[in-house]
Design a protein around this ligand. Structure first.
Ligand code: ZN
Length: 293
């Protein structure tokens, strides 16, 4: 009897979306994860969307086409142009006037042009998408700690106001997957940078006691006669970058109920997401994409 080799069906592209934006028929949006791609350099098959040194440009290109198709951004024969940036952790935002804007450096894109897909690439930093539902204008931003402390999202709202007459009360925002406070250990110098910018900075930093399995197993060994403060557990500082961006949006006037912060930590869930920190730099890139019909 002839044997048939069963080909495993390709995994579907996994998209994370905000419920309120999903309802808007004139909008496409979504955040990619690891699943659904053709890249093999990051373990299994993955949807690497970045032009990284480990993967081929052809793979990234195929993955990008799969993503656009999964989003409904154009057809297989004619996908929408995907507008990407050479991201530099800045507060530089570009207004997209044409489907072929050329090579852009910066960390934010805004447009009211239909039929183009704005994209932000991440692997721990937070992508933020904004939609002005009254004027049908959109924005996509890359918010790592540098962009956040430079108020990239607030500046993006300012540019949307200038260009399209956007009012914060008409804006719906989604903060995509990134490294959460459970894993985002930072240096003390970041605290002073945030404190110099935001009155609520103290709420964004958390002191975490590093656990030590030896101490937990043999606590008696550590009950010595040392002066207090000596031999104490190490205290690490963790930053809640997702909350920092949510607060920035709220202070800029975006109603709380119109802000969605997607759950999940990239560094805790490397099966689902790419994480630069957890995978020590050898990782792919996810994309946050938004576009107008
Ligand atoms: Zn985590």
């Amino acid at each position: 009897m002839p044997t048939t080799i069963q080909r495993r069906p390709a995994q579907a592209v996994r998209l994370l979306q905000a419920a309120d934006l999903k309802k808007l028929r004139w909008l496409v949006h979504g955040f990619s994860a690891r699943a659904g791609g053709v890249s093999t350099c990051y373990g299994g098959k993955s949807l690497n969307l970045g032009l990284t040194s480990h993967d081929t440009a052809a793979n990234a290109e195929r993955n990008r086409k799969r993503l656009l198709l999964a989003l409904g951004a154009g057809t297989k024969a004619r996908p929408w142009p995907l507008i990407t940036l050479r991201q530099v952790h800045s507060d530089l935002i570009h207004v997209v006037w044409s489907p072929k804007p050329g090579k852009l450096s910066g960390d934010g894109l805004v447009t009211n042009l239909p039929g183009v897909a704005l994209a932000i690439q991440t692997a721990d930093c937070f992508p933020v998408l904004l939609v002005d539902t009254r004027n049908k204008a959109i924005g996509a931003f890359h918010a790592g700690w540098r962009g956040t402390v430079q108020r990239i999202v607030e500046k993006g709202l300012g540019i949307m106001r200038q260009e399209y007459g956007t009012r914060p009360q008409d804006v719906h925002a989604v903060i995509g997957p990134g490294i959460q406070k459970c894993c985002y250990e930072v240096g003390d110098e970041l605290r002073s940078q945030f404190e110099s910018q935001f009155p609520y900075a103290h709420e964004l930093f958390h002191e975490v006691q590093e656990s030590d399995p030896v101490r937990e197993k043999y606590p008696m060994l550590f009950m010595n006669a040392r002066a207090p403060g000596h031999g104490d557990l190490c205290i690490k500082l963790h930053l809640d970058l997702q909350q920092a961006n949510r607060r920035q949006l709220v202070s800029a006037g975006v109603p709380k109920k119109q802000i969605t912060a997607l759950p999940g930590c990239t560094a805790c869930n490397t099966k689902t997401f790419f994480s630069h920190r957890a995978e020590k730099g050898k990782t792919g890139r996810m994309m946050a994409v938004i576009g107008l019909f």
